[in-house]
Design a protein around this ligand. Structure first.
Ligand code: AMP
Length: 467
């Protein structure tokens, strides 16, 4: 099936052809004709399914007629993060190459109000916004939402996680009752269901899951560590250094302050690494992401919120520095590797009994156990202390053979077979599929070091045993 049967305009079809896409993805195939028929759509789909084009392409088609008026955008797209908003803007640029007169504006936090105000004044066909900044402009009387013909609410479940639902409700009441609404979410928790019932009018429901190949090829492991931050960082460094086939990797932390700490630590240890978290200003976030996308840095330390939904193709390794608090986040995190049938590796550091509980919840969700890779993470290769200073020319505390500019590719030594995990990797199931499946009781590997915080660290380190 090609794009031509969907009802898109010639200009849009030409732009799609120029990108090289031949076949619409399932969400595009199922949603686009309904969007063009002005129906409300409830799309249950994650990033990676092609959902952005599912609303951008028909919007471009529909916006070919009519004109924008000053301060009254014709369409509004709400995104939970600035990066996602910027990514949607890029899609309008990519697919809108033949739409010279179209005005697209980005209204996001962290950048100047005045530039945004000037754009709004000129008249905007497509306004892409994060909720807080949008409401700020509206409250200043700089933006009227009464001309919005079409509203897109993207990544709604992430909006819920970030506490944006009250803002979304306010915005829904500011746009005309008669508008068309397109609503996208990866999951349907009760609050999201309530919002859809309140603000969508007889929507067409389109539900797709990511292609199984995106994560089925991801090998997953757990790595034991002490609970102390320095011990976890030490474990992580060892995991990175012994990684096989490392091309690039994302390291996830649960808290943004830990992202900053870990980033500094990895830099001090000579790794090629950038950070992405919500407290960074917009230009720093954009620059970090660009460097990672262009392979100018090998590693990216990120929080879930900052990294959610970002389109970063082909990541070879995912490290969970912290076990995610919500089991769903695990699937989202590791869904960034093993894309398009490529193999990938996801390793979760497990430190203490709380982590063990969180892992059990993940295993229940995905319906399988994740094996430990004790040998790989275990043997101490360097002291646990962190270097105290930035390296000058030669970092003083760095162990020999420390990687400098890049994370080190795998070291294939004589005893490599001894370090490699013996268990078969656990492929990840699709999230919805996993939910509906009745999970077997996970056969837990003994987490007997569970909460061992009362023991001195040296007693917790595994001792290599010579055969
Ligand atoms: P999204 O789910 O919108 O984040 O899109 C995920 C990725 O799929 C993006 O890199 C898109 O450029 C790409 N993409 C979107 N539509 C198609 C298509 N029909 N064929 C191939 N790739 C696509």
């Amino acid at each position: 099936m090609s794009f031509s049967h969907l009802g898109l305009s010639e200009k849009v079809l030409a732009a799609v052809a120029a990108t090289g896409y031949k076949t619409p993805t399932p969400i595009q195939d199922q949603a686009i004709p309904h969007v063009l028929a002005r129906r409300d759509v409830l799309g249950i789909a994650q990033t990676g399914t092609g959902k952005t084009a599912a609303f951008v392409l028909p919007m471009l088609t529909m916006l070919e007629t009519g004109r924008a008026r000053a301060r009254m955008p014709r369409t509004l797209i709400l995104e939970p993060t600035r990066e996602l908003a910027a990514q949607v803007e890029e899609s309008f640029i990519k697919y809108g190459v033949n739409h010279n007169k179209l005005n697209v504006a980005l209204i996001i936090g962290g950048v100047s109000f005045d530039d945004q105000d000037a754009k709004l004044m000129r008249g905007v066909d497509v306004l892409i916004a994060t909720p807080g900044r949008l409401l700020d402009h509206n409250e200043r009387g700089r933006l009227l939402l009464s001309g919005v013909e079409l509203l897109v609410i993207d990544e709604a479940d992430r909006m819920l996680d970030m506490g944006f639902i009250p803002d979304i409700e306010r915005i829904c009441k500011l746009v005309p009752f008669t508008r068309q609404t397109l609503f996208f979410t990866a999951t349907m928790p009760p609050e999201i269901r309530r919002i859809t019932e309140q603000f969508l009018s007889n929507p067409v429901r389109v539900e797709v899951s990511k292609p199984a190949t995106t994560v089925a090829t991801t090998a997953q492991f757990l790595a034991r560590s002490g609970r102390d931050g320095a011990e976890k960082r030490d474990t992580l460094r060892r995991l990175i250094r012994s990684a096989e086939g490392m091309k690039n990797g994302i390291i996830f932390c649960n808290r943004k302050r830990d992202v900053a700490t870990l980033h500094r630590s990895l830099l001090r240890h000579g790794f090629s690494v950038q950070a992405l978290h919500g407290d960074m200003d917009q230009s720093a976030r954009t620059a970090a992401l660009e460097q990672f996308r262009k392979n100018e840095v090998t590693l990216l330390v990120a929080s879930d919120v900052a990294a959610r939904g970002l389109d970063i193709p082909d990541v070879s390794h995912i490290y969970n520095f912290d076990v995610p608090i919500h089991a769903d986040d695990y699937v989202h995190r590791i869904g960034r590797t093993g894309r398009a049938g490529r193999s990938g590796t996801a390793i979760t550091i497990v430190a203490g009994s709380n982590d063990a509980k969180a892992v059990a919840a993940i295993e229940k969700l995905i319906g399988q156990t994740i094996p430990f890779m004790d040998k790989l993470a275990g043997a101490p290769a360097e002291p646990l202390h962190e270097p105290n200073h930035e390296p000058r020319h030669e970092p003083r505390h760095e162990p020999r053979n420390e990687p400098r500019q890049t994370a080190r590719p795998p070291q294939r030594g004589r005893h490599e077979h001894q370090r490699r995990p013996q268990q078969r990797p656990a492929p990840v199931a699709r999230i919805e599929e996993a939910r509906s499946r009745r999970a077997p009781q996970p056969v837990r590997q003994p987490m007997d070091d569970g909460d061992a915080s009362h023991l001195p660290a040296f007693l917790l380190r595994p001792v290599p045993i010579k055969a």
